[in-house]
Design a protein. Structure first.
Lengths: 91, 183
């Protein structure tokens, strides 16, 4: 079993840092937090989260994802952001 | 007179209960689809991917106002893993009604959950309730319930399932965290 609570704390801290920002940022943050901790070969499980990001303006969204993907203090969020960026750019 | 008033109050209470129930099942299509989605996602994140994808589709095809109350109601059922997973993985505009039951599941102890994965051979699996507490933590985090933050540290400090007590990666449980969790 993965450490659920560890993931939960990282996600909640991340969402808290993003709260109060503009709507596309909050939407992207929520989607990334749902993707974090899902195994990367489980694309279908996280399809709703990817779909919600597809509806956003791509340049700003991709910049956010690129920024978060470099955040070494949040390894799961960084990994999810990097993976999301790759998925969205390949669609 | 008093008896009549009492009768009237009982009737009002009954009718209010009925209308509340009707509100939850107002859209029979949504109720049927949510029921199917819950069975497809009954094993939470451990459910098969194809089943989960279909479960998401069934819930997302209806307005959130019709599906959210049905999923929240399931959190009080015998096996709420499907509802916990769907609430955590889908996007909700106003998920607040799910917070309180999920917070309860986050801390709830008790006997293992009994889970029937289906199939030709009927087998009932027992699932440690610690998994459900973990899945509730993930759902609360995904839904952005800041009020649960301190409770997460409480789980880290005292959950009977050892893996749930591990500190977040790259950090130890600090004295600040301990103070927070003992509040």
């Amino acid at each position: 079993m993965q450490n659920f609570v560890q993931f939960a704390i990282e996600r909640l801290e991340f969402l808290r840092d993003c709260s109060g920002r503009d709507a596309p940022t909050v939407t992207t943050a929520r989607a990334v937090s749902r993707i974090a901790a899902s195994a990367e070969n489980q694309v279908k499980r996280i399809e709703p989260a990817l779909r919600s990001m597809e509806e956003l303006e791509p340049i700003a969204r991709n910049e956010l994802l690129a920024t978060w993907s470099r955040d070494a203090s949040r390894p799961d969020i960084a990994s999810a952001a990097r993976w999301s960026l790759e998925q969205l750019e390949s669609r | 007179m008093q008896a009549a008033a009492s009768l009237l109050l009982s009737a009002l209470a009954l009718s209010s209960g009925c209308s509340k129930g009707a509100a939850v099942s107002e859209d029979p299509g949504a109720a049927a689809d949510v029921k199917t989605a819950l069975s497809l996602a009954a094993q939470g994140a451990d459910s098969r991917e194809e089943k989960l994808l279909e479960a998401y589709r069934l819930v997302e095809k209806h307005p959130q106002g019709a599906t959210l109350p049905l999923l929240v109601k399931e959190l009080d059922g015998d096996d709420p893993r499907g509802a916990v997973h769907l609430l955590g993985m889908l996007s909700w505009e106003h998920p607040e009604s799910a917070f309180e039951p999920l917070r309860r599941l986050l801390l709830e102890q008790g006997p293992p959950l009994r889970e029937d994965p289906g199939g030709f051979v009927r087998v009932v699996n027992e699932v440690d309730r610690g998994f459900l507490r973990g899945e509730a933590a993930i759902a609360l985090a995904c839904l952005g319930d800041n009020a649960s933050y301190d409770r997460f540290f409480q789980v880290l400090r005292s959950d009977p399932l050892p893996r749930a007590r591990q500190p977040p990666r790259g950090r130890s449980v600090s004295s600040d965290d301990r103070r927070r969790s003992s509040r």
